[in-house]
Design a protein around this ligand. Structure first.
Ligand SMILES: Nc1nc2c(ncn2[C@@H]2O[C@H](COP(=O)(O)OP(=O)(O)OP(=O)(O)O)[C@@H](O)[C@H]2O)c(=O)[nH]1
Ligand SMILES: [Mg+2]
Length: 251
Protein backbone atom coordinates (compact mmCIF):
# COMPACT_ATOMS: atom_id res chain seq x y z
CA UNK A 1 0.00 0.00 0.00
CA UNK A 2 1.52 3.32 -0.92
CA UNK A 3 -0.79 5.91 0.50
CA UNK A 4 -3.60 6.43 2.93
CA UNK A 5 -5.84 9.35 3.72
CA UNK A 6 -4.97 11.04 6.94
CA UNK A 7 -7.64 11.69 9.51
CA UNK A 8 -8.41 14.71 11.51
CA UNK A 9 -8.45 13.30 15.07
CA UNK A 10 -10.51 16.16 16.35
CA UNK A 11 -13.35 16.03 13.90
CA UNK A 12 -13.11 12.30 13.20
CA UNK A 13 -13.51 12.72 9.46
CA UNK A 14 -11.26 12.02 6.53
CA UNK A 15 -9.38 14.76 4.71
CA UNK A 16 -10.18 14.90 1.02
CA UNK A 17 -7.21 15.00 -1.37
CA UNK A 18 -6.40 18.53 -2.41
CA UNK A 19 -6.63 20.16 -5.81
CA UNK A 20 -3.57 21.37 -7.74
CA UNK A 21 -4.65 24.98 -8.13
CA UNK A 22 -7.74 26.77 -6.81
CA UNK A 23 -7.99 28.59 -10.16
CA UNK A 24 -9.04 25.36 -11.90
CA UNK A 25 -10.59 23.03 -9.37
CA UNK A 26 -13.69 20.84 -9.57
CA UNK A 27 -14.49 20.78 -5.86
CA UNK A 28 -13.14 22.77 -2.94
CA UNK A 29 -14.46 20.68 -0.10
CA UNK A 30 -12.09 19.25 2.49
CA UNK A 31 -14.01 16.08 3.36
CA UNK A 32 -16.16 13.35 1.89
CA UNK A 33 -19.86 14.02 1.88
CA UNK A 34 -21.24 13.10 5.32
CA UNK A 35 -23.63 10.56 3.81
CA UNK A 36 -20.76 8.84 2.03
CA UNK A 37 -18.68 8.65 5.23
CA UNK A 38 -21.59 7.15 7.09
CA UNK A 39 -22.34 4.68 4.32
CA UNK A 40 -18.68 3.59 4.33
CA UNK A 41 -18.77 2.96 8.06
CA UNK A 42 -22.04 1.06 7.96
CA UNK A 43 -21.46 -1.09 4.94
CA UNK A 44 -17.89 -2.31 5.45
CA UNK A 45 -17.62 -5.81 4.05
CA UNK A 46 -21.15 -5.86 2.69
CA UNK A 47 -20.86 -3.65 -0.38
CA UNK A 48 -19.78 -5.26 -3.66
CA UNK A 49 -16.83 -4.17 -5.72
CA UNK A 50 -17.18 -0.70 -7.19
CA UNK A 51 -15.53 0.21 -10.47
CA UNK A 52 -15.17 3.58 -12.14
CA UNK A 53 -14.14 3.93 -15.76
CA UNK A 54 -11.44 6.47 -16.53
CA UNK A 55 -10.60 7.38 -20.13
CA UNK A 56 -7.31 9.11 -20.99
CA UNK A 57 -7.20 11.06 -24.27
CA UNK A 58 -4.84 13.49 -26.03
CA UNK A 59 -2.40 13.89 -28.91
CA UNK A 60 0.18 11.27 -29.74
CA UNK A 61 3.44 11.47 -27.78
CA UNK A 62 2.04 13.71 -25.00
CA UNK A 63 2.72 11.03 -22.37
CA UNK A 64 -0.62 9.31 -21.67
CA UNK A 65 0.85 5.82 -21.40
CA UNK A 66 3.81 7.10 -19.36
CA UNK A 67 1.48 8.82 -16.89
CA UNK A 68 -0.56 5.65 -16.39
CA UNK A 69 2.55 3.47 -16.11
CA UNK A 70 4.10 5.76 -13.51
CA UNK A 71 0.97 5.46 -11.39
CA UNK A 72 0.10 1.80 -11.93
CA UNK A 73 3.59 0.26 -12.24
CA UNK A 74 5.81 3.01 -10.84
CA UNK A 75 8.10 2.87 -13.86
CA UNK A 76 9.14 5.15 -16.71
CA UNK A 77 10.37 4.23 -20.20
CA UNK A 78 12.34 6.83 -22.16
CA UNK A 79 11.62 5.05 -25.45
CA UNK A 80 8.41 5.85 -27.27
CA UNK A 81 6.11 2.93 -28.06
CA UNK A 82 2.90 4.18 -29.63
CA UNK A 83 -0.29 2.77 -28.17
CA UNK A 84 -2.16 0.80 -30.81
CA UNK A 85 -5.90 1.39 -30.42
CA UNK A 86 -6.48 1.08 -26.67
CA UNK A 87 -5.03 -0.53 -23.61
CA UNK A 88 -6.22 -0.62 -20.03
CA UNK A 89 -5.00 -0.99 -16.48
CA UNK A 90 -6.96 -1.69 -13.33
CA UNK A 91 -5.81 -0.06 -10.14
CA UNK A 92 -7.23 -1.50 -6.94
CA UNK A 93 -8.05 0.58 -3.90
CA UNK A 94 -9.77 -0.02 -0.63
CA UNK A 95 -11.66 2.89 0.81
CA UNK A 96 -12.75 2.33 4.38
CA UNK A 97 -13.14 -1.40 3.78
CA UNK A 98 -14.96 -0.95 0.49
CA UNK A 99 -13.11 -2.43 -2.48
CA UNK A 100 -12.83 0.11 -5.26
CA UNK A 101 -11.19 -0.12 -8.69
CA UNK A 102 -10.23 2.46 -11.24
CA UNK A 103 -10.38 0.98 -14.72
CA UNK A 104 -8.00 3.25 -16.62
CA UNK A 105 -8.34 3.19 -20.43
CA UNK A 106 -5.24 4.37 -22.28
CA UNK A 107 -6.14 5.46 -25.82
CA UNK A 108 -3.95 6.02 -28.87
CA UNK A 109 -3.27 9.59 -29.93
CA UNK A 110 -2.40 8.64 -33.51
CA UNK A 111 -5.08 9.67 -35.97
CA UNK A 112 -5.22 6.26 -37.66
CA UNK A 113 -6.30 4.59 -34.38
CA UNK A 114 -8.85 7.23 -33.41
CA UNK A 115 -11.92 5.32 -34.52
CA UNK A 116 -10.85 2.21 -32.58
CA UNK A 117 -10.12 4.24 -29.44
CA UNK A 118 -13.32 6.27 -29.56
CA UNK A 119 -15.37 3.08 -29.33
CA UNK A 120 -14.18 2.88 -25.71
CA UNK A 121 -15.18 6.39 -24.61
CA UNK A 122 -18.69 5.38 -23.55
CA UNK A 123 -19.53 5.19 -19.83
CA UNK A 124 -16.53 7.23 -18.68
CA UNK A 125 -16.99 8.50 -15.13
CA UNK A 126 -13.72 10.39 -15.56
CA UNK A 127 -12.21 11.90 -18.73
CA UNK A 128 -8.54 12.89 -18.52
CA UNK A 129 -7.39 15.13 -21.39
CA UNK A 130 -3.62 15.25 -21.61
CA UNK A 131 -1.22 17.71 -23.26
CA UNK A 132 2.55 18.19 -23.24
CA UNK A 133 3.76 21.25 -21.29
CA UNK A 134 6.76 21.41 -23.65
CA UNK A 135 4.57 21.44 -26.79
CA UNK A 136 1.91 24.13 -26.53
CA UNK A 137 0.12 23.03 -29.73
CA UNK A 138 -1.03 19.91 -27.93
CA UNK A 139 -2.96 22.13 -25.49
CA UNK A 140 -4.90 23.63 -28.42
CA UNK A 141 -6.07 20.15 -29.40
CA UNK A 142 -7.44 19.17 -25.96
CA UNK A 143 -10.84 20.76 -26.58
CA UNK A 144 -11.37 18.58 -29.63
CA UNK A 145 -10.33 15.45 -27.72
CA UNK A 146 -12.74 16.34 -24.94
CA UNK A 147 -15.57 17.07 -27.37
CA UNK A 148 -15.10 13.64 -28.98
CA UNK A 149 -15.13 11.91 -25.59
CA UNK A 150 -18.15 13.84 -24.32
CA UNK A 151 -20.13 12.97 -27.45
CA UNK A 152 -20.15 9.33 -26.33
CA UNK A 153 -21.33 10.10 -22.79
CA UNK A 154 -24.42 11.45 -21.06
CA UNK A 155 -24.26 15.20 -20.35
CA UNK A 156 -22.73 16.05 -16.96
CA UNK A 157 -21.97 12.41 -16.18
CA UNK A 158 -18.15 12.64 -16.19
CA UNK A 159 -15.52 14.45 -14.15
CA UNK A 160 -13.12 16.19 -16.52
CA UNK A 161 -9.43 16.72 -15.88
CA UNK A 162 -6.88 18.63 -17.95
CA UNK A 163 -3.32 17.42 -17.33
CA UNK A 164 -0.06 18.99 -18.52
CA UNK A 165 2.71 16.37 -18.65
CA UNK A 166 6.53 16.43 -18.88
CA UNK A 167 6.87 19.13 -16.20
CA UNK A 168 10.51 18.09 -15.85
CA UNK A 169 11.25 19.32 -19.40
CA UNK A 170 10.25 22.94 -18.82
CA UNK A 171 11.64 25.64 -16.54
CA UNK A 172 9.49 26.92 -13.69
CA UNK A 173 8.97 30.18 -15.61
CA UNK A 174 7.76 28.38 -18.76
CA UNK A 175 5.59 26.07 -16.69
CA UNK A 176 3.94 29.03 -14.96
CA UNK A 177 3.29 30.79 -18.27
CA UNK A 178 1.84 27.68 -19.87
CA UNK A 179 -0.27 27.01 -16.79
CA UNK A 180 -1.98 30.37 -17.23
CA UNK A 181 -3.20 29.28 -20.68
CA UNK A 182 -4.01 25.79 -19.42
CA UNK A 183 -6.09 27.13 -16.53
CA UNK A 184 -8.07 29.27 -18.97
CA UNK A 185 -8.68 26.18 -21.09
CA UNK A 186 -9.62 24.14 -18.03
CA UNK A 187 -12.21 26.71 -17.01
CA UNK A 188 -13.73 26.68 -20.49
CA UNK A 189 -13.74 22.87 -20.45
CA UNK A 190 -15.13 22.73 -16.88
CA UNK A 191 -12.10 20.67 -15.99
CA UNK A 192 -9.72 20.48 -13.05
CA UNK A 193 -6.13 21.30 -13.96
CA UNK A 194 -2.90 19.45 -12.95
CA UNK A 195 0.78 19.69 -14.02
CA UNK A 196 2.71 16.41 -13.63
CA UNK A 197 5.85 14.56 -14.65
CA UNK A 198 5.80 10.83 -15.36
CA UNK A 199 9.60 10.87 -15.46
CA UNK A 200 10.14 12.22 -11.93
CA UNK A 201 6.75 11.12 -10.61
CA UNK A 202 5.94 14.69 -9.50
CA UNK A 203 2.22 15.04 -8.65
CA UNK A 204 1.29 11.70 -10.24
CA UNK A 205 0.07 9.94 -7.06
CA UNK A 206 -1.56 13.12 -5.83
CA UNK A 207 -3.38 13.48 -9.13
CA UNK A 208 -4.73 9.93 -9.26
CA UNK A 209 -5.66 10.07 -5.56
CA UNK A 210 -7.76 13.09 -6.38
CA UNK A 211 -9.32 11.26 -9.36
CA UNK A 212 -10.09 8.24 -7.15
CA UNK A 213 -11.57 10.36 -4.37
CA UNK A 214 -13.92 12.28 -6.64
CA UNK A 215 -14.95 9.21 -8.65
CA UNK A 216 -15.49 7.08 -5.52
CA UNK A 217 -17.61 9.72 -3.88
CA UNK A 218 -19.70 10.18 -7.01
CA UNK A 219 -20.27 6.45 -7.36
CA UNK A 220 -21.30 6.16 -3.69
CA UNK A 221 -23.70 9.10 -4.00
CA UNK A 222 -25.26 7.56 -7.12
CA UNK A 223 -25.78 4.30 -5.24
CA UNK A 224 -27.26 6.07 -2.23
CA UNK A 225 -29.66 7.96 -4.47
CA UNK A 226 -30.82 4.64 -5.93
CA UNK A 227 -31.58 3.14 -2.55
CA UNK A 228 -33.94 5.66 -1.05
CA UNK A 229 -34.74 3.49 1.96
CA UNK A 230 -31.12 3.22 2.97
CA UNK A 231 -30.75 6.92 2.29
CA UNK A 232 -33.32 7.75 4.96
CA UNK A 233 -31.38 5.78 7.53
CA UNK A 234 -28.07 7.28 6.48
CA UNK A 235 -29.52 10.76 6.74
CA UNK A 236 -29.53 10.58 10.52
CA UNK A 237 -26.40 12.46 11.54
CA UNK A 238 -26.11 10.61 14.86
CA UNK A 239 -24.75 7.59 12.99
CA UNK A 240 -21.47 9.38 12.27
CA UNK A 241 -18.91 8.19 14.80
CA UNK A 242 -16.03 10.28 16.08
CA UNK A 243 -12.48 9.35 15.16
CA UNK A 244 -13.43 6.94 12.43
CA UNK A 245 -10.91 6.90 9.63
CA UNK A 246 -11.87 6.74 6.01
CA UNK A 247 -8.66 5.63 4.38
CA UNK A 248 -7.70 5.01 0.81
CA UNK A 249 -5.00 2.51 0.18
CA UNK A 250 -3.67 1.12 -3.01
CA UNK A 251 -2.90 -2.57 -3.03
N1 LIG B 1 10.97 13.91 -19.96
C1 LIG B 1 9.78 13.33 -19.98
N2 LIG B 1 9.43 12.52 -21.01
C2 LIG B 1 8.21 11.96 -20.98
C3 LIG B 1 7.29 12.17 -19.91
N3 LIG B 1 6.16 11.48 -20.18
C4 LIG B 1 6.38 10.85 -21.34
N4 LIG B 1 7.60 11.12 -21.82
C5 LIG B 1 8.19 10.60 -23.06
O1 LIG B 1 7.38 11.02 -24.15
C6 LIG B 1 7.28 9.99 -25.13
C7 LIG B 1 5.83 9.67 -25.42
O2 LIG B 1 5.24 9.12 -24.26
P1 LIG B 1 3.97 8.12 -24.31
O3 LIG B 1 3.53 7.96 -22.91
O4 LIG B 1 4.28 6.91 -25.09
O5 LIG B 1 2.95 9.02 -25.14
P2 LIG B 1 1.42 8.67 -25.52
O6 LIG B 1 0.64 9.92 -25.27
O7 LIG B 1 0.97 7.46 -24.81
O8 LIG B 1 1.53 8.42 -27.08
P3 LIG B 1 0.48 7.56 -28.00
O9 LIG B 1 0.33 6.21 -27.39
O10 LIG B 1 1.09 7.50 -29.37
O11 LIG B 1 -0.80 8.32 -28.05
C8 LIG B 1 8.10 8.79 -24.60
O12 LIG B 1 9.38 8.80 -25.20
C9 LIG B 1 8.20 9.06 -23.10
O13 LIG B 1 9.39 8.56 -22.55
C10 LIG B 1 7.69 13.02 -18.83
O14 LIG B 1 6.97 13.28 -17.87
N5 LIG B 1 8.93 13.58 -18.94
MG1 LIG C 1 0.35 5.64 -25.46
Amino acid sequence: CFFSWSKDPFKGVSIFFHWYTPEACLQFKEHFHAQVRTACQQSTGTVGLKISKVVVVGDLYVGKTSLINRFCKDNFDRDYKATIGVDFEIERFEISGIPYNLQIWDTAGQEKFKCIASAYYRGAEVIITVFDLADIQTLDHTKQWLEDALRENEPDSSFIFLVGTKKDLVSDAVCERTELDAIRFANEMQAEYWSVSAKTGENVKEFFSRVAALAFEQSMIKELEKTAGRMAQIGTGSLIKRNTQVSLSCC
